[in-house]
Design a protein around this ligand. Structure first.
Ligand code: DX5
Ligand code: ZN
Length: 214
């Protein structure tokens, strides 16, 4: 059976206790830590930037899966790489310099992810084949945690896996045990979950259930 990666999103963490929160994810069996960076322009919400990534880098050894929801991400790739991101994902809708940004991530020695919003077809990724290591299918409109899973994401995951069989497919938004089962069946490799993990009394159990889809 293939490995399913669980990448908990810290969007719903208690930011006053971020070190303990990240360490608790590490102890609970998370594979990566998903860091949602928002700029109040590409999405109608603001979160955090490089200094927070740098601080998280110092308290855990897990790979940092940095999801940039910012306009013109190429402006900040180098700084996120230096702050300690291992994988940098940005949105195809956020820049007209997609190839350049993907190459820039690689030139910083990091893995590159390319993401699409719910209304962007999977085919939009095709021109960039070979330039990314992962695709991120958003299963909610980016901007906020705790939203409901958009069911059409499941078909998009299936399509992405057909088009890019050797590329990791990540899914983000509205994932709980139920929706995890659907996206794993559709071929997802990396599952992001925020509220389902942070809202659980037992985070290790929540991560295990999401990974198994049951
Ligand atoms: C939404 C973020 C997600 C979100 C996931 O824009 O990219 O990572 O925080 O949170 P849940 O799992 O609560 O939908
Ligand atoms: Zn995210």
């Amino acid at each position: 059976m293939k490995k399913i990666f669980v990448s908990p999103s810290i969007l719903t963490a208690d930011f006053a206790r971020l070190e303990q929160e990240c360490k608790s994810l590490e102890k609970s069996g998370a594979d990566w830590i998903h860091c949602d960076v928002m700029d109040g322009s590409f999405v109608p919400n603001l979160t955090f930037g490089m200094p927070v990534i740098k601080s998280i880098r110092r308290c855990v050894v897990l790979p940092l899966d940095v999801h940039l929801m910012i306009d013109k991400p190429e402006r900040y790739v180098k700084q996120f790489a230096e702050a300690g991101a291992d994988l940098i994902t940005f949105h195809i809708e956020a820049t007209d310099k997609v190839s350049e940004a993907l190459r820039l991530i690689h030139s910083c020695g990091k893995k590159a992810g390319l993401s699409i919003k719910p209304n962007t077809p999977v085919g939009a990724l095709t021109p960039y084949r070979g330039l990314f290591d992962m695709v991120l299918i958003m299963s909610v409109e980016p901007g906020f945690g705790g939203q409901e899973f958009i069911p059409s994401a499941t078909d998009k995951i299936r399509r992405a896996k057909q088009l890019f069989p050797d590329t990791l497919v990540e899914v983000d938004g509205g994932i709980n045990v139920e929706t995890a089962k659907q996206v794993i069946e559709a071929g997802a490799d990396v599952i992001v979950a925020g509220s389902a993990i942070f809202g659980a009394a037992d985070r290790a159990a929540a991560i295990t259930h999401i990974r198994k889809g049951k």
